[in-house]
Ligand binder design. Structure first.
Ligand code: URP
Ligand code: ZN
Ligand code: ZN
Ligand code: ZN
Length: 473
Protein backbone atom coordinates (compact mmCIF):
# COMPACT_ATOMS: atom_id res chain seq x y z
CA UNK A 1 0.00 0.00 0.00
CA UNK A 2 1.14 3.52 -0.78
CA UNK A 3 2.18 5.77 2.07
CA UNK A 4 3.00 9.43 2.37
CA UNK A 5 5.14 10.51 5.28
CA UNK A 6 4.43 14.14 5.91
CA UNK A 7 5.52 17.00 8.18
CA UNK A 8 8.92 15.51 9.03
CA UNK A 9 12.45 16.81 8.50
CA UNK A 10 14.41 14.58 6.15
CA UNK A 11 18.05 14.15 7.13
CA UNK A 12 20.64 12.43 4.96
CA UNK A 13 24.44 12.43 5.09
CA UNK A 14 24.34 15.58 2.96
CA UNK A 15 21.05 17.41 3.51
CA UNK A 16 18.41 18.46 5.98
CA UNK A 17 15.05 19.75 4.69
CA UNK A 18 11.32 19.51 5.11
CA UNK A 19 9.46 17.48 2.52
CA UNK A 20 6.96 14.66 2.09
CA UNK A 21 8.04 11.16 1.09
CA UNK A 22 5.83 9.00 -1.13
CA UNK A 23 6.38 5.28 -0.74
CA UNK A 24 5.24 2.84 -3.39
CA UNK A 25 6.08 -0.84 -3.75
CA UNK A 26 8.60 -0.64 -0.93
CA UNK A 27 10.59 2.12 -2.56
CA UNK A 28 10.75 5.88 -2.31
CA UNK A 29 8.70 7.01 -5.30
CA UNK A 30 8.83 10.76 -4.79
CA UNK A 31 10.11 13.43 -2.43
CA UNK A 32 8.52 16.85 -2.54
CA UNK A 33 6.18 19.40 -1.06
CA UNK A 34 2.54 18.54 -0.44
CA UNK A 35 2.61 15.20 -2.23
CA UNK A 36 -0.66 13.42 -2.93
CA UNK A 37 -1.45 9.92 -4.20
CA UNK A 38 -4.73 8.06 -4.54
CA UNK A 39 -5.38 5.73 -1.65
CA UNK A 40 -2.15 6.55 0.12
CA UNK A 41 -1.99 6.19 3.89
CA UNK A 42 -0.85 9.46 5.45
CA UNK A 43 1.75 9.15 8.18
CA UNK A 44 2.18 12.31 10.23
CA UNK A 45 5.79 12.78 11.34
CA UNK A 46 5.38 16.21 12.87
CA UNK A 47 8.38 17.26 14.93
CA UNK A 48 10.36 14.20 13.88
CA UNK A 49 13.52 13.65 11.92
CA UNK A 50 13.29 11.12 9.10
CA UNK A 51 16.57 9.25 8.84
CA UNK A 52 17.56 6.49 6.44
CA UNK A 53 17.45 3.22 8.39
CA UNK A 54 20.60 2.41 10.30
CA UNK A 55 22.90 -0.25 8.88
CA UNK A 56 24.78 -2.40 11.36
CA UNK A 57 27.85 -3.77 9.60
CA UNK A 58 28.96 -6.00 12.47
CA UNK A 59 26.77 -8.58 14.19
CA UNK A 60 27.18 -12.12 15.49
CA UNK A 61 23.67 -13.57 15.71
CA UNK A 62 23.25 -17.17 16.91
CA UNK A 63 26.99 -17.64 16.63
CA UNK A 64 28.85 -20.51 18.28
CA UNK A 65 31.80 -19.05 20.22
CA UNK A 66 33.70 -19.79 23.40
CA UNK A 67 32.00 -23.18 23.86
CA UNK A 68 28.52 -21.69 23.74
CA UNK A 69 26.19 -19.83 21.34
CA UNK A 70 25.17 -16.15 21.35
CA UNK A 71 21.67 -15.79 22.83
CA UNK A 72 20.25 -13.34 20.32
CA UNK A 73 19.37 -15.01 17.06
CA UNK A 74 18.17 -13.51 13.79
CA UNK A 75 14.69 -13.03 15.23
CA UNK A 76 15.39 -11.41 18.59
CA UNK A 77 18.52 -9.69 17.29
CA UNK A 78 16.89 -8.07 14.27
CA UNK A 79 13.77 -7.20 16.28
CA UNK A 80 15.92 -5.36 18.82
CA UNK A 81 17.86 -3.76 15.96
CA UNK A 82 14.62 -2.45 14.46
CA UNK A 83 13.45 -1.00 17.79
CA UNK A 84 16.76 0.81 17.86
CA UNK A 85 16.47 2.29 14.35
CA UNK A 86 18.48 -0.26 12.38
CA UNK A 87 16.95 -1.71 9.20
CA UNK A 88 19.85 -3.74 7.81
CA UNK A 89 22.42 -5.96 9.50
CA UNK A 90 25.50 -7.61 8.02
CA UNK A 91 26.36 -10.69 10.05
CA UNK A 92 29.61 -12.65 10.10
CA UNK A 93 29.34 -16.09 8.55
CA UNK A 94 31.91 -18.38 10.17
CA UNK A 95 33.76 -20.96 8.11
CA UNK A 96 35.54 -24.18 9.06
CA UNK A 97 38.94 -25.09 7.68
CA UNK A 98 38.80 -27.85 5.08
CA UNK A 99 35.07 -27.39 4.46
CA UNK A 100 33.58 -25.77 1.36
CA UNK A 101 32.67 -22.12 1.88
CA UNK A 102 29.24 -22.82 0.45
CA UNK A 103 28.42 -25.13 3.37
CA UNK A 104 29.13 -22.34 5.82
CA UNK A 105 26.97 -19.92 3.83
CA UNK A 106 24.14 -22.46 3.75
CA UNK A 107 24.33 -22.79 7.53
CA UNK A 108 23.96 -19.00 7.84
CA UNK A 109 21.05 -18.88 5.37
CA UNK A 110 19.32 -21.63 7.33
CA UNK A 111 19.55 -19.79 10.63
CA UNK A 112 18.39 -16.43 9.24
CA UNK A 113 15.87 -17.07 6.47
CA UNK A 114 12.63 -17.44 8.44
CA UNK A 115 13.69 -15.26 11.34
CA UNK A 116 14.98 -11.88 10.23
CA UNK A 117 12.46 -9.04 10.55
CA UNK A 118 14.68 -6.60 8.59
CA UNK A 119 17.01 -7.05 5.62
CA UNK A 120 20.34 -8.73 6.17
CA UNK A 121 23.53 -9.79 4.45
CA UNK A 122 26.68 -11.73 5.30
CA UNK A 123 30.41 -11.17 5.46
CA UNK A 124 32.44 -14.36 5.10
CA UNK A 125 35.28 -15.39 7.41
CA UNK A 126 38.48 -16.55 5.73
CA UNK A 127 40.51 -18.93 7.90
CA UNK A 128 42.76 -20.31 5.18
CA UNK A 129 43.52 -19.62 1.53
CA UNK A 130 44.13 -22.63 -0.72
CA UNK A 131 43.16 -23.79 -4.20
CA UNK A 132 39.68 -24.82 -3.09
CA UNK A 133 39.01 -21.47 -1.41
CA UNK A 134 40.33 -19.51 -4.40
CA UNK A 135 38.10 -21.52 -6.70
CA UNK A 136 35.02 -20.74 -4.61
CA UNK A 137 35.62 -17.00 -4.14
CA UNK A 138 34.29 -15.85 -7.53
CA UNK A 139 31.11 -17.89 -6.94
CA UNK A 140 30.71 -16.50 -3.45
CA UNK A 141 30.91 -12.99 -4.90
CA UNK A 142 28.78 -13.57 -7.99
CA UNK A 143 26.10 -15.90 -6.66
CA UNK A 144 25.87 -14.91 -3.01
CA UNK A 145 26.75 -11.26 -3.39
CA UNK A 146 29.19 -11.58 -0.51
CA UNK A 147 31.82 -8.94 -1.20
CA UNK A 148 33.57 -8.59 2.16
CA UNK A 149 35.87 -11.12 3.79
CA UNK A 150 36.93 -11.21 7.42
CA UNK A 151 40.30 -12.31 8.73
CA UNK A 152 40.96 -12.73 12.46
CA UNK A 153 44.46 -11.79 13.63
CA UNK A 154 43.53 -12.94 17.17
CA UNK A 155 41.83 -15.89 18.93
CA UNK A 156 44.80 -18.22 18.52
CA UNK A 157 43.86 -21.84 17.83
CA UNK A 158 40.25 -20.78 17.23
CA UNK A 159 39.76 -18.27 14.42
CA UNK A 160 43.23 -16.77 14.06
CA UNK A 161 44.76 -16.75 10.59
CA UNK A 162 48.45 -16.23 9.85
CA UNK A 163 49.92 -13.28 7.95
CA UNK A 164 50.19 -15.26 4.72
CA UNK A 165 46.45 -15.91 4.84
CA UNK A 166 45.75 -12.23 5.47
CA UNK A 167 48.06 -11.21 2.63
CA UNK A 168 46.56 -13.70 0.18
CA UNK A 169 43.08 -12.54 1.18
CA UNK A 170 44.10 -8.94 0.44
CA UNK A 171 45.41 -10.07 -2.95
CA UNK A 172 42.28 -11.95 -4.01
CA UNK A 173 40.15 -9.07 -2.71
CA UNK A 174 42.06 -6.68 -4.95
CA UNK A 175 41.63 -9.01 -7.89
CA UNK A 176 37.89 -9.45 -7.41
CA UNK A 177 36.99 -6.06 -5.99
CA UNK A 178 36.12 -7.07 -2.43
CA UNK A 179 36.77 -5.46 0.94
CA UNK A 180 38.91 -7.25 3.54
CA UNK A 181 37.93 -6.86 7.18
CA UNK A 182 40.30 -7.55 10.06
CA UNK A 183 39.97 -8.16 13.75
CA UNK A 184 43.29 -6.51 14.54
CA UNK A 185 44.92 -7.82 17.72
CA UNK A 186 48.17 -9.79 17.92
CA UNK A 187 46.86 -13.20 19.02
CA UNK A 188 50.31 -14.73 19.59
CA UNK A 189 51.39 -12.02 22.02
CA UNK A 190 48.01 -12.15 23.78
CA UNK A 191 48.44 -15.88 24.30
CA UNK A 192 51.78 -15.29 26.00
CA UNK A 193 50.46 -12.50 28.23
CA UNK A 194 47.46 -14.63 29.19
CA UNK A 195 49.68 -17.56 30.15
CA UNK A 196 51.82 -15.29 32.34
CA UNK A 197 48.72 -13.89 34.05
CA UNK A 198 47.18 -17.28 34.77
CA UNK A 199 50.54 -18.66 35.99
CA UNK A 200 50.66 -15.92 38.59
CA UNK A 201 47.07 -16.51 39.74
CA UNK A 202 45.50 -13.52 37.99
CA UNK A 203 42.10 -14.86 37.03
CA UNK A 204 39.61 -11.96 37.44
CA UNK A 205 37.78 -10.38 34.47
CA UNK A 206 40.01 -7.28 34.54
CA UNK A 207 42.94 -9.42 33.37
CA UNK A 208 41.11 -9.89 30.09
CA UNK A 209 41.81 -6.21 29.44
CA UNK A 210 45.29 -6.17 30.95
CA UNK A 211 46.47 -9.07 28.78
CA UNK A 212 45.26 -7.34 25.58
CA UNK A 213 46.84 -3.86 25.92
CA UNK A 214 46.49 -1.16 23.24
CA UNK A 215 49.93 -2.07 21.85
CA UNK A 216 48.69 -5.46 20.60
CA UNK A 217 45.82 -3.76 18.78
CA UNK A 218 48.06 -1.01 17.44
CA UNK A 219 50.66 -3.48 16.23
CA UNK A 220 48.16 -5.68 14.40
CA UNK A 221 46.43 -2.65 12.89
CA UNK A 222 49.77 -1.35 11.64
CA UNK A 223 50.70 -4.78 10.26
CA UNK A 224 47.39 -5.16 8.44
CA UNK A 225 47.73 -1.62 7.08
CA UNK A 226 51.24 -2.26 5.76
CA UNK A 227 50.15 -5.50 4.09
CA UNK A 228 47.21 -3.66 2.52
CA UNK A 229 49.53 -1.04 1.08
CA UNK A 230 51.85 -3.74 -0.22
CA UNK A 231 48.95 -5.58 -1.85
CA UNK A 232 47.42 -2.32 -3.12
CA UNK A 233 44.17 -3.67 -1.71
CA UNK A 234 41.46 -2.33 0.61
CA UNK A 235 40.93 -2.88 4.31
CA UNK A 236 38.24 -2.24 6.90
CA UNK A 237 39.39 -2.49 10.50
CA UNK A 238 36.52 -3.62 12.72
CA UNK A 239 35.95 -2.54 16.33
CA UNK A 240 38.75 0.03 16.73
CA UNK A 241 38.88 0.54 20.50
CA UNK A 242 41.70 3.00 21.16
CA UNK A 243 43.75 5.96 19.97
CA UNK A 244 46.75 3.71 19.42
CA UNK A 245 44.98 1.72 16.68
CA UNK A 246 43.16 4.71 15.22
CA UNK A 247 46.46 6.52 14.69
CA UNK A 248 47.79 3.58 12.66
CA UNK A 249 44.78 3.87 10.36
CA UNK A 250 45.32 7.62 10.02
CA UNK A 251 49.03 7.11 9.20
CA UNK A 252 48.17 4.59 6.48
CA UNK A 253 45.50 6.87 5.02
CA UNK A 254 48.07 9.67 4.84
CA UNK A 255 50.10 7.37 2.60
CA UNK A 256 47.03 7.00 0.38
CA UNK A 257 46.12 3.47 1.42
CA UNK A 258 42.45 2.51 1.17
CA UNK A 259 41.79 1.84 4.85
CA UNK A 260 38.63 2.41 6.82
CA UNK A 261 37.97 2.20 10.54
CA UNK A 262 34.89 1.13 12.49
CA UNK A 263 34.37 1.79 16.15
CA UNK A 264 31.52 0.62 18.41
CA UNK A 265 29.28 2.36 20.95
CA UNK A 266 30.85 0.50 23.87
CA UNK A 267 34.26 2.08 23.21
CA UNK A 268 32.70 5.54 23.01
CA UNK A 269 30.92 5.48 26.37
CA UNK A 270 32.36 2.72 28.60
CA UNK A 271 35.85 2.24 29.99
CA UNK A 272 38.09 -0.43 31.42
CA UNK A 273 37.00 0.10 35.03
CA UNK A 274 33.73 -1.71 34.16
CA UNK A 275 35.70 -4.98 34.20
CA UNK A 276 36.49 -4.38 37.89
CA UNK A 277 32.86 -4.44 39.01
CA UNK A 278 32.39 -6.70 42.04
CA UNK A 279 30.64 -10.09 42.19
CA UNK A 280 32.04 -11.09 38.83
CA UNK A 281 29.87 -8.45 37.14
CA UNK A 282 32.98 -7.31 35.27
CA UNK A 283 32.43 -10.37 33.05
CA UNK A 284 29.49 -8.57 31.44
CA UNK A 285 32.04 -6.20 29.87
CA UNK A 286 34.44 -8.80 28.54
CA UNK A 287 34.86 -8.56 24.79
CA UNK A 288 37.73 -8.07 22.38
CA UNK A 289 39.38 -5.67 21.93
CA UNK A 290 38.73 -4.79 25.58
CA UNK A 291 37.42 -1.54 26.99
CA UNK A 292 40.19 1.03 27.36
CA UNK A 293 41.24 3.84 29.69
CA UNK A 294 38.63 6.57 29.58
CA UNK A 295 40.72 9.19 27.76
CA UNK A 296 40.49 7.10 24.59
CA UNK A 297 36.77 7.86 24.30
CA UNK A 298 37.26 11.50 23.37
CA UNK A 299 39.97 10.51 20.86
CA UNK A 300 37.57 8.11 19.14
CA UNK A 301 34.87 10.79 19.02
CA UNK A 302 37.37 13.15 17.43
CA UNK A 303 38.26 10.41 14.96
CA UNK A 304 34.61 10.05 13.95
CA UNK A 305 34.28 13.81 13.59
CA UNK A 306 37.44 14.35 11.55
CA UNK A 307 37.16 11.30 9.30
CA UNK A 308 39.89 9.07 10.78
CA UNK A 309 37.11 6.61 11.68
CA UNK A 310 34.23 6.00 9.33
CA UNK A 311 31.50 3.81 10.73
CA UNK A 312 29.85 2.52 13.86
CA UNK A 313 29.22 -1.22 14.19
CA UNK A 314 27.61 -2.83 17.19
CA UNK A 315 29.73 -6.01 17.36
CA UNK A 316 26.53 -7.52 18.78
CA UNK A 317 27.66 -10.80 20.36
CA UNK A 318 25.39 -11.39 23.33
CA UNK A 319 25.91 -13.95 26.06
CA UNK A 320 23.75 -14.18 29.18
CA UNK A 321 25.43 -13.34 32.45
CA UNK A 322 23.76 -16.36 33.99
CA UNK A 323 25.09 -19.61 32.62
CA UNK A 324 27.30 -18.14 29.90
CA UNK A 325 29.50 -15.29 31.18
CA UNK A 326 29.61 -17.30 34.41
CA UNK A 327 31.56 -20.04 32.63
CA UNK A 328 34.60 -17.87 33.33
CA UNK A 329 34.36 -17.65 37.13
CA UNK A 330 37.88 -18.38 38.38
CA UNK A 331 39.40 -18.11 34.87
CA UNK A 332 38.83 -15.00 32.76
CA UNK A 333 39.87 -16.86 29.59
CA UNK A 334 36.67 -18.91 29.83
CA UNK A 335 34.36 -15.88 29.78
CA UNK A 336 32.71 -15.89 26.34
CA UNK A 337 33.83 -12.71 24.56
CA UNK A 338 31.14 -10.32 23.42
CA UNK A 339 28.37 -7.94 24.43
CA UNK A 340 24.81 -6.88 23.53
CA UNK A 341 24.90 -3.65 21.51
CA UNK A 342 22.61 -4.07 18.51
CA UNK A 343 19.66 -2.16 19.97
CA UNK A 344 21.41 0.93 21.32
CA UNK A 345 24.07 1.58 18.65
CA UNK A 346 21.98 4.13 16.73
CA UNK A 347 20.59 6.04 19.70
CA UNK A 348 23.87 6.22 21.59
CA UNK A 349 25.54 7.77 18.55
CA UNK A 350 22.73 10.30 18.29
CA UNK A 351 22.52 11.10 21.99
CA UNK A 352 26.22 11.20 22.84
CA UNK A 353 27.29 12.43 19.42
CA UNK A 354 24.76 14.89 18.00
CA UNK A 355 23.11 16.00 21.25
CA UNK A 356 26.48 16.61 22.89
CA UNK A 357 27.85 18.49 19.88
CA UNK A 358 30.60 16.02 19.01
CA UNK A 359 29.34 15.26 15.48
CA UNK A 360 26.84 16.93 13.18
CA UNK A 361 23.44 15.54 12.27
CA UNK A 362 24.70 14.76 8.75
CA UNK A 363 27.78 13.03 10.13
CA UNK A 364 25.50 10.95 12.35
CA UNK A 365 23.62 9.63 9.30
CA UNK A 366 26.87 9.00 7.44
CA UNK A 367 28.46 7.04 10.30
CA UNK A 368 25.40 4.99 11.23
CA UNK A 369 24.16 4.28 7.70
CA UNK A 370 25.39 5.97 4.51
CA UNK A 371 29.12 5.29 4.68
CA UNK A 372 28.40 1.68 5.62
CA UNK A 373 26.12 1.26 2.60
CA UNK A 374 28.82 2.72 0.36
CA UNK A 375 31.67 0.60 1.71
CA UNK A 376 29.68 -2.62 1.63
CA UNK A 377 28.03 -2.34 -1.76
CA UNK A 378 24.49 -1.46 -0.68
CA UNK A 379 24.33 2.17 -1.79
CA UNK A 380 22.04 3.74 -3.00
CA UNK A 381 19.51 0.94 -2.45
CA UNK A 382 20.22 1.40 1.24
CA UNK A 383 21.82 4.18 3.25
CA UNK A 384 20.00 7.24 1.97
CA UNK A 385 16.64 8.87 1.34
CA UNK A 386 16.36 9.29 -2.41
CA UNK A 387 13.92 8.46 -5.17
CA UNK A 388 14.41 4.80 -6.07
CA UNK A 389 16.00 3.81 -2.77
CA UNK A 390 14.36 1.23 -0.52
CA UNK A 391 11.95 2.90 1.89
CA UNK A 392 13.96 1.94 4.99
CA UNK A 393 13.14 4.87 7.22
CA UNK A 394 13.35 5.87 10.86
CA UNK A 395 10.88 8.39 12.24
CA UNK A 396 12.85 9.77 15.14
CA UNK A 397 11.70 11.96 18.02
CA UNK A 398 14.72 14.07 19.04
CA UNK A 399 12.97 15.30 22.19
CA UNK A 400 12.20 11.88 23.71
CA UNK A 401 14.22 10.73 26.67
CA UNK A 402 14.63 7.21 28.00
CA UNK A 403 16.83 5.22 30.32
CA UNK A 404 18.46 2.09 28.91
CA UNK A 405 17.65 -1.05 30.85
CA UNK A 406 17.56 -4.82 30.41
CA UNK A 407 14.03 -4.65 31.82
CA UNK A 408 12.79 -2.76 28.80
CA UNK A 409 15.17 -3.74 26.01
CA UNK A 410 14.10 -6.16 23.27
CA UNK A 411 17.16 -8.36 23.10
CA UNK A 412 16.92 -11.88 24.56
CA UNK A 413 20.08 -11.41 26.64
CA UNK A 414 19.71 -11.02 30.41
CA UNK A 415 21.65 -7.78 30.95
CA UNK A 416 22.39 -4.50 29.20
CA UNK A 417 25.92 -3.11 29.17
CA UNK A 418 24.52 0.45 29.11
CA UNK A 419 22.12 -0.12 32.03
CA UNK A 420 21.01 3.17 33.59
CA UNK A 421 22.29 5.43 30.81
CA UNK A 422 19.96 8.29 29.87
CA UNK A 423 19.45 8.68 26.14
CA UNK A 424 18.07 11.69 24.33
CA UNK A 425 16.15 10.92 21.12
CA UNK A 426 14.28 7.76 20.20
CA UNK A 427 12.96 6.00 17.08
CA UNK A 428 9.17 6.17 17.14
CA UNK A 429 8.41 4.23 13.96
CA UNK A 430 10.66 2.24 11.67
CA UNK A 431 9.90 1.07 8.15
CA UNK A 432 11.61 -1.66 6.17
CA UNK A 433 10.97 -1.50 2.43
CA UNK A 434 7.91 0.63 3.08
CA UNK A 435 6.32 -1.59 5.73
CA UNK A 436 6.19 -0.70 9.40
CA UNK A 437 8.32 -2.95 11.58
CA UNK A 438 7.99 -0.63 14.57
CA UNK A 439 4.92 1.58 14.77
CA UNK A 440 4.54 4.07 17.60
CA UNK A 441 7.18 2.15 19.58
CA UNK A 442 5.37 -1.21 19.19
CA UNK A 443 6.57 -4.16 17.16
CA UNK A 444 4.38 -4.87 14.13
CA UNK A 445 6.94 -6.74 12.00
CA UNK A 446 7.12 -10.36 10.99
CA UNK A 447 9.89 -12.94 11.27
CA UNK A 448 10.96 -13.91 7.76
CA UNK A 449 9.97 -10.53 6.27
CA UNK A 450 13.63 -9.51 6.10
CA UNK A 451 15.29 -10.25 2.76
CA UNK A 452 18.79 -11.49 2.11
CA UNK A 453 20.80 -8.78 0.32
CA UNK A 454 23.35 -9.55 -2.37
CA UNK A 455 25.91 -6.77 -2.40
CA UNK A 456 27.92 -5.03 -5.10
CA UNK A 457 31.68 -5.40 -5.24
CA UNK A 458 33.87 -2.81 -3.56
CA UNK A 459 35.27 -1.89 -6.98
CA UNK A 460 31.80 -1.00 -8.20
CA UNK A 461 31.18 1.41 -5.35
CA UNK A 462 34.63 2.84 -4.81
CA UNK A 463 35.01 6.51 -5.64
CA UNK A 464 38.64 6.06 -6.56
CA UNK A 465 39.37 6.73 -10.23
CA UNK A 466 42.28 4.35 -10.05
CA UNK A 467 40.07 1.54 -8.87
CA UNK A 468 37.51 2.15 -11.55
CA UNK A 469 40.20 1.63 -14.13
CA UNK A 470 41.68 -1.39 -12.36
CA UNK A 471 38.40 -3.21 -12.14
CA UNK A 472 36.74 -2.10 -15.35
CA UNK A 473 35.21 -5.15 -16.97
O1 URP B 1 34.51 -10.03 21.82
C1 URP B 1 34.02 -9.96 20.70
N1 URP B 1 34.22 -8.87 20.00
N2 URP B 1 33.26 -10.97 20.24
C2 URP B 1 32.77 -11.12 18.94
C3 URP B 1 33.79 -11.64 17.99
C4 URP B 1 34.70 -10.55 17.52
O2 URP B 1 35.87 -10.59 17.82
O3 URP B 1 34.24 -9.64 16.86
ZN1 ZN C 1 36.50 -9.21 16.45
ZN1 ZN D 1 56.22 -0.74 10.86
ZN1 ZN E 1 32.72 -9.01 16.13
Amino acid sequence: MKKIITNGTIVTAADQYEADILIEDGKIAAIGERLTADGAEIVDAKGAYIFPGGIDPHTHLEMPFGGTVTVDDFETGTTAAAFGGTTTVIDFCLTNKGEPLKNAIKTWHDKSRDKAVIDYSFHLMIGEVNEQVLEEIPLVIEEEGITSFKVFMAYKNVFQADDETLFRTLLFAKEHGALVMVHAENGDVIEHLVKEALDSGKTDPIYHALTRPPEVEGEATHRAAQLTGLADSQLYVVHVSCAEAMEKIADARKKGYRIYGETCPQYLVLDQTALEKPDFEGAKYVWSPPLREKWNQEELWKGLANGQLHTLGSDQCSFNFKGQKELGRGDFTKIPNGGPMIEDRFSILYSEGVEKGRISLNQFVDIVSTKIAKLFGLFPQKGTIAVGSDADLVIFDPTAERVISAETHHMAVDYNAFEGMTIKGEPVSVLSRGEFVIRDKAFVGKPGAGKYLKRKRFADVSNSAKKRVTFQQ
